[in-house]
Design a protein around this ligand. Structure first.
Ligand code: ZN
Length: 161
């Protein structure tokens, strides 16, 4: 699972083992520095990206469309753009970020969700017939490609720690 973390995700998540690639933006790293130990930051193999103006514009346009633009910080918008560019899942508790992610067709997961601590966060779904399986590249039913999908959205399923 390739993920883009926002500031709260980086601070509050403790188990990063299920992520194949952890992406974030420089602004998040800076916001996190004074809140968590350098050690945690260093122990993660973070890929810090600088989203292009093009993807930033995509995120801004989507945010204007959903009416979330004014509530989003520059950091939030960059997090969304990083997800657009890297085809990654956004991990964020921010409702505005989630709205924009949805508008852009991006998957998102809440920080305080049960799903994140579960092993099977992802399922593979056949691009042809919709067959669902935990693994496999090729659909055993129709032979088309299996793609990874979050099996259920976390809406209304968050819990506090
Ligand atoms: Zn199939």
């Amino acid at each position: 699972m390739k993920v883009v973390l926002d500031t709260s995700a980086l601070i509050y998540l403790n188990d990063f083992r299920n992520f194949e690639e952890i992406i974030t933006v420089q602004e998040v790293v800076e916001e996190v520095k004074d809140k968590i130990s350098e050690m945690k930051l260093k122990s993660l193999k973070l890929k810090v990206v600088e989203p292009s103006k093009n993807s930033l514009k995509k995120a801004e346009d989507a945010a204007r469309k959903t009416g979330d633009f004014e509530k989003l910080s520059k950091t939030d918008l960059k997090v969304v753009s990083a997800a657009v560019e890297n085809d990654a899942v956004i991990i964020s508790d921010d409702r505005n970020v989630q709205n924009v992610a949805e508008e852009l067709g991006l998957e998102y997961v809440s920080v305080f969700s049960k799903k994140i601590s579960m092993k099977f966060t992802w399922k593979k779904v056949c691009s042809g017939c919709g067959y669902v399986s935990a693994e496999g590249e090729i659909c055993p039913r129709c032979g088309l490609k299996m793609v990874r999908k979050v099996t259920e959205k976390m809406k209304n399923k968050t819990r506090s720690i």
